[in-house]
Structures are given as C-alpha cells and as structure tokens.
Write a protein that binds this ligand. Structure first.
Ligand code: ZN
Length: 255
C-alpha cells in the first residue's frame, strides 16, 4: 500500500493544497500532528485535512491552540500565534483537536502485512521530544516495536537508521530549491528507522518547499518529496491576520 505521511502543516493552506496535488493517489493518510499554530488558515486546514486523514496523532501546538495545555514552554511568537488560533477556531474544530490521541499509534492496517509502522509527533517515548541528533534517536530506536516509526516535530526532513552496530542520519539530497523533487530511501530488512517526512507548512531545514513523504510498503521504501507552493499567498494571509511578521518571513528562509 501507499501511505501519505504529513506532519506540521501549521495552518498553511497553500502548502497543504500543493502537497495534496503533488501526492497523487494514496491508500491511507497518516497525520503526525501540529495541524495548527503559526499559520493564518487554521479552520480551512482542519476542514480539509480532517475528513481525509486515516489516522492522526496530536502535536504540542494542537494541544496549546485548543487550550488543553499551557503555552508557557512556547516562545512569545509561538504563544501569540496559539492565542490567535484559539480565538479563530470553530467550537467543532477545538473539540476535535482536544480529542486527538497521543502517539505512538500503530495504523493496524491489514494491507501492511509484515510492514507495520508506528506514528508519533515527537518521539515514540515522549510526544514532545525533539529528535535532532543520533544521540536523541538512540533510545527511541532501541524501544521501537516496529521497524519504522514516523515522527515530526523538528520540521527537518530525514531521519535516523540503525542496523545492529551501524547507524546513520538520513538527509534527502536534492538538486535545487525551486522545482518539485523526490528522493527515495530503501528500507532494508533488519533495520530500525525513525523517519521524519518534514514539515508541510513551516520547513526548518533551509528549504522553503513544502515537505512530505510517501511510504510504499510493498517496495519497502520511503519517497521523500519537496514541492513549491504559493508562498506569497501564505505570507499575505499571515500579515493580514496581524500575526507576528517573523512567521511570514521565516517561510522564505525555510527556518
Ligand atoms: Zn510543529
């Protein structure tokens, strides 16, 4: 089966629309959370993503923007955006965000056969943990009950892979910064893998293009994608909403 994996959409409607168009056909959509916060289209994004997501785990911004966790850990910009989002969200969308399960979850799809996976927002051990280095990845890799765990939260596309005493960081290699591109990672048997599809709506790996991944369970591979979107449209909405200007500027920088 082909599963589309999306994370950290962050209320960026233009990026989400471009991603869904580029993704083509898929059998399941696994959503790793942080659908809202930072961006200016929270209800539009939720109205689009809710009916098509097969399985969704909550992110820290989903909790903060729906009022079930405090924003004390957030920087002032993130806090301002969370408060603005809470004001904008419909009652129905707030309730839906509040009821989202915490990861890790297993899709439990019979079409996966031996190729079962787990989904988490930050780490399978702690939903709020950032896995940025092999040091961060080590404990989660040891504790994994499936060969692949999909994680988001860092907004950095790639991941970490281990086979016995060998391990390495995965970073897709792309040629440019302007066109749609893909990069394929084979998943050999006997490996453990933490796979980050990157952020749809606010990439932080110095590539402004929307990021996502497709898992092809029969071919045992991950296809990483980058796709350009209407950046100016997204920035205009952020400025019109009087959200912090930095939230518009950072999208161009991809950080
Ligand atoms: Zn996020």
């Amino acid at each position: 089966m082909r599963a589309l994996i999306l994370s950290d959409i962050h209320a960026n409607l233009e990026a989400l629309t471009a991603v869904l168009e580029a993704a083509g056909e898929w059998d399941a959509l696994w959503n790793l959370g942080d659908m809202v916060g930072y961006g200016a289209s929270p209800n539009q994004v939720l109205d689009l993503i809710r009916p098509i997501s097969t399985l969704t785990v909550r992110g820290n911004h989903d909790r903060a923007c729906s009022g079930i966790s405090s924003t004390v850990q957030f920087n002032p910009t993130a806090r301002a955006a969370a408060n603005w989002t809470f004001e904008q969200l419909t009652r129905e969308n707030i309730e839906w965000l509040r009821d989202l399960p915490k990861g890790p979850l297993q899709p439990n799809d019979p079409r996966l056969g031996e190729a079962q996976v787990s989904l988490a927002h930050g780490s399978p051990l702690n939903e709020d943990q950032y896995i940025l280095s092999m040091r961060d990845a080590w404990a989660p890799l040891q504790g994994m009950i499936t060969a692949i765990t999909f994680v988001g939260h860092t907004h950095i596309q790639g991941g970490f892979s281990q086979k016995e005493h060998e391990w390495h960081e995965v970073r897709p290699r792309y040629r440019g910064r302007n066109d749609p591109e893909t990069w394929t990672l084979p998943i050999p048997t006997g490996t453990r893998n933490l796979i980050n599809p990157g952020s749809v709506g606010q990439p932080r790996d110095y590539d402004w293009r929307a990021a996502f991944a497709v898992y092809d369970s029969e071919a045992c591979q991950i296809i990483y994608h980058r796709v350009p979107y209407d950046l100016t449209g997204t920035q205009g909405r952020i400025l019109m909403a009087r959200l912090p200007e930095r939230l518009a500027a950072r999208l161009r920088e991809g950080r």
